[in-house]
Ligand binder design. Structure first.
Ligand SMILES: [Zn+2]
Length: 185
């Protein structure tokens, strides 16, 4: 899935600096739990726990226009979806996907709230090392940066976990452990 305007890619450098600073101040290991998440992200994660029941990926534009479990339709959005920090917007392109694709996209966006936290605590920086080298570089579904790989792994674990366990068992362990640590569904 092309997310060419994903703002997260541009912030990787800033996060790297922040993770290094957190590491230097010795806060890397003890910073994590649900309370460590920004308040708006805590709110979004609480709503996302209802996704299996609310199924925002199966909702119509009309229902999503007023919002379903933190997911809202924005008719002007150019990408399939975007993360506003605990709130998730979907655009017209979202509805060109089948329901399984929409579910994957929403969990990818939620996965960015997890990856942001993992960039802060430093744990995301080893994510690429848990992938095999293919033709000389490491990628997961076309994603090549730590934040994107973690977000994509989180989504992949929701939609085809067995495939990812075969491909990168260490990545599944890392992302599962961190997701549980921070209270993500
Ligand atoms: Zn992304």
């Amino acid at each position: 899935m092309a997310r060419t305007k994903d703002p997260h890619a541009a912030t990787v450098k800033a996060w790297k600096t922040r993770a290094r600073n957190a590491s230097n101040s010795g806060t890397t290991q003890q910073s994590g739990d649900f309370a460590a998440l920004p308040p708006e992200v805590q709110h979004g994660v609480r709503l996302a726990r209802t996704w299996p029941k609310e199924r925002p990926w199966a909702a119509t534009r009309e229902r999503l226009a007023s919002g379903v479990a933190g997911v809202r339709y924005n008719p002007n959005l150019q990408s399939e979806a975007r993360n506003l920090g605990g709130r998730y917007e979907v655009g017209p392109k979202f509805f060109a996907l089948d329901v399984g694709g929409r579910e994957h996209v929403l969990y990818h966006e939620l996965g960015h709230d997890l990856s942001d936290q993992m960039l802060r605590d430093g744990s995301a920086w080893g994510a690429l090392d848990l992938l095999d080298t293919v033709d000389g570089y490491r990628e997961l579904n076309g994603q090549t940066t730590p934040g994107e790989v973690v977000a994509e792994a989180y989504a992949q674990m929701r939609t085809d976990r067995i495939w990812l366990e075969r491909r990168a068992p260490g990545l599944v362990r890392l992302v599962s452990e961190r997701a549980a640590h921070y209270g993500f569904p």
